[in-house]
Write a protein that binds this ligand. Structure first.
Ligand SMILES: [Zn+2]
Length: 200
């Protein structure tokens, strides 16, 4: 495709087009909106991106992106250390937090097992989860993974890996639509699914 804007703007468009949900057309529209609203949008966004790139790290305990390590959730003494909710990505964690229904800790896997895409346990934060559970003090692990083939394969695998005496392993009840990802759900559905969780 011939470049129609200058190289800097084409580079911006090319990067924006890599974002989920943005193709080349919407990336052009987004770039145009940024350029038109230089003071309100372009400059604050550039500063927010630079600050995020500089300060945000993955929590060494749970894998959540945050500016501190351990993250704010892992360091919160008011939260239940005996309860760990396992999620695919941080987006699901944010959705759970918006629902306000969960007062335990989290574990972000960083993806799902997928034979098709060649994603094995070593590509995910599985050994870290096993370590946390074996470390003691954990009563229950809630597997809040999608009801997709990969999600359920991952749930079964994790159940095998972490099962042990006195550990309860539960999964979210299926008020969650099949194939549904947590960050698309309304808070009420998450609250219900969490309350009605059951042994995995
Ligand atoms: Zn953390």
């Amino acid at each position: 495709m011939a470049a129609s804007a200058g190289p800097e703007i084409e580079r911006l468009i090319g990067l924006l087009a890599k974002l989920p949900g943005l193709g080349p057309r919407s990336a052009r529209r987004a770039a145009l909106a940024l350029l038109k609203r230089r003071d309100q949008l372009l400059i604050p966004l550039a500063a927010a991106l630079a600050e995020t790139a500089e300060k945000v790290v993955s929590c060494s305990v749970c894998g959540t992106p945050d500016t501190r390590d351990p993250c704010a959730i892992c360091s919160d003494p008011a939260r239940d250390n005996g309860l760990i909710c396992v999620v695919e990505e941080a987006g699901a964690l944010w959705a759970m937090e918006r629902s306000g229904a969960f007062r335990g800790k989290y574990h972000v896997l960083g993806g799902l097992l997928s034979a098709l895409d060649g994603v094995g346990p070593d590509a995910l934060r599985v050994s870290e989860l096993v370590g946390r559970v074996r470390g003691g003090g954990v009563r229950e692990v809630v597997l809040a993974l999608p009801a997709t083939v990969d999600g359920q394969t991952t749930a079964h695998y994790l159940t095998d890996r972490i099962a042990g005496d006195g550990l309860e392993i539960t999964s979210l009840a299926r008020g969650v639509p099949v194939g549904g990802e947590l960050d698309w759900l309304d808070d009420g559905t998450i609250v219900q699914a969490l309350r009605a969780r059951r042994p995995a």
